[in-house]
Design a protein around this ligand. Sequence first.
Ligand code: ZN
Length: 240
Amino acid sequence: MTPRAPADGATLLSVVPAAGDRRRHPAPAHLRFFHGPMDCGKSTLALQVDHNHSRQGRRGLLLTQGDRSAGPQISSRVGLCREALEVDAGTDLRLLVRDHWAAGHRVDYLIVDEAQFLTADQVDQLAELVDESHVDVYAFGLTTDFRTRLFPGTQRLLEVADDVQRIQVEVLCWCGLPGLLNARVVDGGMVREGETVVVADTAPTPAPDADVHYQVLCRRHHVLGQLGPTAAGPGQLALC
Ligand SMILES: [Zn+2]
């Protein structure tokens, strides 16, 4: 075998040393997207994937934004938690990874929680990291907003991800049917208009001025706007 010249169009990223052995033996990396409604166990799965990779000696970065804990970490409602890097719409994810390489840290994979909040450009940056730098990316996000429309990041991930999986942990509507859609509840009533992103928890908060929360409903009850008898109670039915 004769050494090959770098391919035309190789990006700046491709000359950055990284990813240990995977640079010498480039294996195809993948962009994987896991999505579902609130409470379906996305963050729990994200932390499990990170745990499985780190056990194999791989090094990863965990990214999130607008996490419900209001701090730079990935937390799940079943009590797991791990520190994460907070990103926002202005973060260039390629530069973020390159900065870690420059500091001498390996980055074999990225775990991206709350991926629905990514911009389309940021999803394309993730795809570039996969294709040009062989970084595996696992993105986790909500499917639709409270108006039942795809989030921008979700839409782009559905368009370009190598692998898309709807998370199979079943969240139940109050009626017992599978919950597919997120309802925004303000002052005890369901609303259908407003800003796409209002970060709140799915459990009704006791504070009288914290009057926004989300509830997962089946399609029929989302259409009807019926929150059920548990709307004012502690949380909602969920199997996660
Ligand atoms: Zn229902």
